[in-house]
Design a protein around this ligand. Structure first.
Ligand code: SF4
Length: 480
């Protein structure tokens, strides 16, 4: 596809106009929890409401409408939301006109029950119903409660230009798929985000061109399961089998989409998240190898190192198949960083299963990971079929062993960079020093170095002198 043509299709400064529109009089306070998908959705919501007369505010006390975008992945995430709603109760005493709404996965999971359980809530909106917010707000303004938790077969919000909330003006998320068809037995996502559907590649390229025109230098393509991205003209992934021959022949899968975006903006960096081992293809790896601007970093959740537990989780791959994929990645992308998701203490997990997780980690030596204890989620297959039988103390001990081993491997990985010169995209000021910039390598490792005359958005070559398990420390040796 010809990039010049693509650039002409995007109107300059569109998103800018939307932010803080002087004509808008109402104030929206929006807060997000959970995965990057939720943060990206909040930018969609802010865009829809900016067209309804709202400006975003960071002052809770002055808000006309308070929206909390919720996560349901673990019980702790839901408890966090309930505590936050208690806080809103206190604010409502000084701002009685304030309306409160809940969005996201917990809203979808609880539906009308949310109104019964949390009296402060006026509005409950599921992840596929944000375009109905204007109607729902009319209900709320009329003093009626409002709920829309219908999951969609088409909705991808492709026609909504997100309002970038906060952020650093250098990196941004662009969602490419919604929902998930993989029914992992521990996961609520298929119930709270519905069936998989992919977004029109043209609208993805338009959004990326728009971001480039606004000075963004890196985009992360987002989806619960990006590897199963498949555009064939709209509709659910599962209905692809009924597509026409021409639709099948012209379909865009994830490898093609990566090739398209990397070609459309050759100076922009691209990342993607989240991958699923059972759906990742070798084509994706070769496309990453072909384009220098696609970062050599893959987030590849494994959850467990035991094939018996992977079966109980309904993960459609064995330990051996996962290792084969790791070997392929290491062969095709020699300096690729890999991170993981691991669950400790899944029902029926034995000490042997746990040892298999540790030995798999020893084999891969992940760069970093996200590790949690199993949290039973209502409505999931595991909750219905399996007893949460691993004692809390055992879960904690196993999780600690996994985290400790990961820290050892993270330090091993970062030590490899000492003495080397790496490419860093400056994102912001270092949290620890206002004399230092912070950015990331293509391998997604954080680097901190003295500011000198560089600025956010610059690609800088940095010589690494020291390393902690999470951060590289160095000195700039020149612009890329
Ligand atoms: S792939 Fe599995 S864990 Fe990931 S969102 Fe889908 S069902 Fe959940």
């Amino acid at each position: 596809m010809n990039t010049e043509k693509l650039i002409d299709e995007t109107k300059q400064g569109e998103t800018l106009q939307l932010k803080n529109n002087k004509k808008n009089t109402r104030k929206l306070f929006i807060e997000s929890y959970g995965c990057q998908m939720n943060f990206s959705d909040s930018e969609i919501v802010a865009s829809i409401l900016t067209n309804q007369g709202f400006n975003t505010t960071s002052q809770l006390e002055e808000a006309d409408l308070v929206l909390i975008n919720t996560c349901s992945i673990r019980d702790k995430a839901e408890q966090t939301v309930r505590k936050r709603l208690e806080k809103f109760n206190a604010v409502k005493k000084i701002n009685p006109g304030m309306k409160v709404g809940v969005l996201g996965c917990m809203a979808e999971r609880l539906k009308h029950k949310f109104l019964e359980e949390e009296k402060i809530v006026d509005l409950v909106v599921g992840p596929d119903a944000y375009k109905d917010l204007p109607n729902l707000l009319e209900e709320v303004d009329a003093g009626r409660e409002a709920v829309n938790v219908i999951l969609s077969k088409e909705e991808t919000y492709a026609d909504v230009s997100p309002v970038r909330l906060g952020g650093n003006g250098v990196t941004a998320f662009v969602s490419i798929t919604r929902g998930c068809d993989n029914m992992c037995t521990f996961c609520v996502v298929p119930f709270t985000r519905g069936r998989e559907r992919s977004r029109d590649p043209q609208s993805i390229v338009n959004e990326i061109n728009n971001l480039w025109n606004q000075g963004y230098k890196e985009v992360t393509l987002l989806g619960q399961n990006v590897d199963s991205y498949l555009w064939y003209g709209g509709g659910l992934k599962k209905d692809f089998k009924n597509a026409s021959e021409i639709q099948k022949a012209t379909a865009t899968n994830f490898a093609k989409l990566l090739d398209l975006v990397a070609t459309a903006q050759p100076n922009m960096r691209f990342r993607f998240s989240t991958s699923n081992p059972q759906d990742m293809t070798e084509n994706v790896l070769h496309t990453m190898a072909k384009h220098k601007n696609i970062c050599n970093y893959i987030h590849l959740p494994v959850q467990s190192g035991s094939t018996r537990i992977l079966e109980a989780m309904n993960r459609q791959h064995t330990r051996e198949e996962y290792i084969q994929l790791i070997n392929k990645i290491r062969t095709i992308l020699t300096d690729c960083a890999i991170s993981q998701d691991i669950i400790a203490g899944f029902p029926t997990e034995t000490e042997e299963d746990h040892q298999e997780t540790l030995s798999l980690m020893e084999y891969v030596k992940y760069d970093f990971g996200f590790m949690f204890m199993y949290s039973e989620r209502p409505g999931t297959m595991a909750a219905r079929k399996l007893t949460d039988d691993i004692p809390l103390e055992t879960k904690k001990r196993r999780l600690n062993e996994i985290i400790t081993l990961q820290q050892k491997h993270s330090a091993y990985r970062t030590r490899q960079f000492i003495g080397k010169t790496v490419e860093v995209l400056i994102e912001k000021e270092s949290k620890r020093s206002n004399e230092h910039w912070s950015g990331r390598t293509p391998q997604n490792t954080v680097v901190v170095f003295p500011k000198e005359n560089y600025k956010p958005g610059d690609f800088v070559m940095v010589k690494i002198d020291e390393a902690t398990s999470a951060t590289l420390i160095g000195k700039a040796v020149g612009q890329k």
